[in-house]
Design a binder for this molecule. Structure first.
Ligand code: ADP
Length: 724
């Protein structure tokens, strides 16, 4: 829903069209298609119809189809040379990527759209793209970047005096400040937005602004002002937007709950729940039920509290809302403890901890994706600016060269003309003095010699000039080469710095999660011991087991970080020796087969004529073991994985193939990066460092590694060594 609101707010240039548009009016959709399909209509009329048609796909929450249509629309506008509409097609493509959280692609299309709009000079359009880019950053949690783009957009909207646009952007900026915990700035921006909405008599907008302000006050524990704002929001909305109404009722319920007015709180939250049920809004149903449970608990109706919280938990589990599950299980653990049911309290506490761990892991993997995307984006921007600077330099040099050439040509023609002029004088002189005396003859001779000498000197000067020019060009080339080297070194330095910072922050986060789990388990043990109850051995084992698992996870992580440290400091040696690869693989296979608990084995295939090869055994063992262990780990319950050696005349290929869960296509490009773990492996143990180390080791061993994978079907990692 939030995204749909953004869509309407952001496609400023088409608000006139979108405002009149309604998905319920199917007839209108049909008529849009009729216009689009009518080739006799004006191109722009057909384009308008098609744009609205694409919007229906966004409104019906079908961004993938919207993307396909936007691509078609882009081709159409390009053919018809409708430049501005081309940019809108790109904006649509970006939006559809944003809707499916493919932020890198979204930014890519937005930047292309921005370029076209800057060329066309359409300020409203430019502001709209800035807003969209801001939204992407906001969604990724890169608040300062988001703010930069919102402020750019605001500046344009203010210049254009576009009140609606100003109000929306002010509201977006308010959200950023709220998320960053700068409540005073958030209030300032929300209030500025509110002022405009009041002036425009935009009731729904006014209601949103009041509600946002209320939430800030609530965060500041300023319940009195929060209540006033929420009540003003209710009045302004006046039932226009039902979901907003429900949200405000829920928030008022929260305020009364905090103030200890439990009956009033119950009235409001029940009203909210009623609407959420009508709208089939499961996320908010679960939140309302959980708040009702807390109210009952405060009123000492623990049984009712438990029953409402269990309803909330069921919904949250059905829709997979982890944050909600975490809130509810924490509550339930408390409720059960109060009603003297330690068994159930413990179960809920464990569920709470497990969910919390999952959330942490997900956040971590999102953070890695975000940082990688941001890193790629920054790199692209840096590359663009270096490229632009280079182009500028090249064009300057071209101008200089041309100027020099012109100067030399001018000099040449000057000398030529002077020569010609002198020769002409000389001719005239001879013509006028046909009968010359011997003295005159000798004068003529000397003059001729002078002219010859002058000509020679001129020639010499010319040659010197050419030499100087060549020298200058050479020096220029040297300077240019040095400049390029410098820029490259700077870029590498920057890259390394960034990698280091990312690595340290990721590594410390990786340690924090197991430490938190160990700490909470220890606390749990203390709690059980201090309650004086006898701890069943099964429960004891469960808790200590979890602590042991986390410790072994930390040890594994520590080992791998140490290996990486050794690698980056260049302390890993390369000692190649002739080996029989078939024998080597047979030993490795035996080791792996003996530890598989499910009885699976590694199938082995040899292609071509086996021959010896010179490799570092230590490096090879480490890297191949990681690939084989992953192949087993990520294909539990499926066919045997397979190891193949292919002895080719010029190269040797070693591949490890499995038929397991595979890797999502969108994440394949992050493979081999430190701490990368795909979204589909959150339930499977791992550190995300193995492949990174394996790749480094393979490259030290003078090999290359590539990967191919299909989600749900399996993966294949292939190492190639040169046979020589
Ligand atoms: P770990 O397995 O400890 O998480 P790795 O560096 O070995 O770390 O692998 C990084 C990520 O690559 C894994 O978390 C997983 O998402 C993906 N991956 C590696 N090998 C496979 C495989 N054979 N099948 C599916 N995914 C894999």
């Amino acid at each position: 829903m939030k995204k749909l609101i953004c869509l309407f707010l952001l496609i400023n240039s088409y608000t006139a069209l979108t405002q009149n548009f309604s998905i319920k009016e199917k007839k209108q959709i049909d008529s849009l298609l009729i216009i689009w399909n009518n080739f006799e209509e004006e191109d722009t009329t057909r384009a308008d119809a098609f744009q609205n048609f694409i919007l229906t796909y966004f409104l019906s929450n079908n961004p993938d189809s919207a993307y396909v249509l936007a691509t078609e629309y882009y081709t159409f506008t390009k053919q018809k040379k409708l430049k501005y509409r081309m940019s809108t097609a790109l904006l649509f493509k970006g939006l559809s990527k944003y809707f499916v959280s493919d932020y890198e692609e979204a930014i890519h299309y937005y930047l292309r759209c921005l370029k076209l709009r800057i060329n066309s000079g359409n300020q409203v359009g430019i502001a709209s793209v800035y807003n969209n880019i801001g939204l992407v950053y906001q969604e990724q949690g890169a608040y300062s970047n988001a703010l930069t783009f919102y402020l750019k957009s605001l500046k344009i909207e203010e210049n254009l005096k576009n009140e609606n646009g100003i109000a929306s952007t002010l509201n977006n900026i308010g959200i950023i400040y709220k998320e960053e915990g700068d409540f005073n700035s958030a209030l300032e921006y929300y209030n500025r937005s509110l002022k405009i909405k009041l002036k425009l008599n935009d009731k729904v907008g006014e209601s949103h602004a009041h509600a946002n302000i209320g939430v800030v006050y609530l965060n500041q524990d300023n319940y009195e002002d929060a209540l006033i704002s929420f009540e003003q929001a209710l009045i302004a909305n006046n039932g226009h937007e039902e979901s907003l109404n429900a949200q405000i009722n829920y928030d008022i319920g929260r305020v009364h709950f905090e103030l200890g007015h439990y009956n009033t709180a119950l009235d409001y939250v029940n009203k909210a729940l009623h609407t959420h049920l009508e709208l089939n809004d499961r996320v908010h149903q679960s939140a309302s039920l959980n708040l009702i449970a807390s109210i009952h608990f405060k009123q000492n109706s623990t049984i009712k509290a438990i029953s409402f919280a269990l309803r909330a938990l069921k919904i949250a589990q059905e829709i997979g809302a982890k944050e909600k599950i975490s809130d509810i299980t924490q509550n339930l653990s408390m409720f059960y403890k109060a009603s003297n049911k330690p068994e159930e309290a413990l179960d809920m506490y464990i569920l709470f901890m497990d969910t919390q761990e999952k959330i942490d892991r997900e956040n971590m993997s999102n953070e890695i994706l975000r940082q990688s995307a941001q890193y790629e984006f920054d790199k692209k921007i840096a590359r663009d600016s270096i490229e632009n600077a280079y182009l500028l330099k090249v064009s300057k040099e071209k101008v200089n060269n041309e100027r020099e050439k012109k100067e030399i040509a001018e000099q040449k023609s000057f000398f030529l003309f002077s020569g010609l002029f002198l020769t002409l004088c000389f001719g005239i002189f001879i013509f006028n003095r046909l009968k010359v005396t011997a003295k005159q003859k000798s004068i003529i001779e000397t003059q001729k010699k002078t002219v010859d000498r002058a000509n020679k000197e001129l020639k010499q000067i010319n040659e010197e000039l050419v030499l100087k020019r060549n020298e200058i060009n050479l020096q220029k080339q040297i300077v240019q080469g040095q400049n390029e080297k410098l820029t490259k070194t700077l870029e590498t330095e920057k890259e390394l710095g960034l990698l280091k910072t990312n690595f340290v922050s990721m590594a410390s986060h990786q340690y924090r999660t197991p430490l938190a789990v160990i700490q909470s388990n220890v606390e749990l043990l203390n709690l059980l011991i201090s309650s004086g109850e006898k701890i069943e051995s099964e429960k004891n084992e469960k808790i200590t087991g979890r602590i042991k698992r986390e410790i072994s996870k930390m040890t594994e992580l520590m080992d791998e970080v140490l290996v990486l440290g050794k690698l980056t400091s260049g302390n890993v040696t390369y000692n190649p020796q002739e080996i029989d690869l078939v024998e080597f693989c047979n030993e490795l296979i035996e080791r792996f087969n003996s530890i598989q608990e499910d009885g699976r084995v590694l199938d082995f295939e040899i292609l071509g004529e086996p021959s010896c090869i010179s490799l570092d055994v230590k490096l090879l063992t480490h890297s191949l073991s990681n690939l084989v262990s992953n192949a087993f780990k990520y294909s539990t319950g499926n066919k045997n994985p397979q190891l193949t050696i292919n002895f080719k005349p010029k190269e040797l290929l070693v591949s490890v193939k499995d038929y397991g869960i595979g890797i999502p296509e969108s994440e394949l490009s992050y493979l081999f990066q430190p701490f990368f773990r795909a979204n589909n492996v959150t339930e499977i143990k791992g550190t995300g460092l193995g492949l990174n180390i394996a790749k480094e080791y393979i490259e030290l061993n003078k090999g290359r590694i590539t990967a191919a994978s299909t989600l749900g079907k399996g993966s294949c990692f292939e190492i190639a060594f040169s046979a020589s």
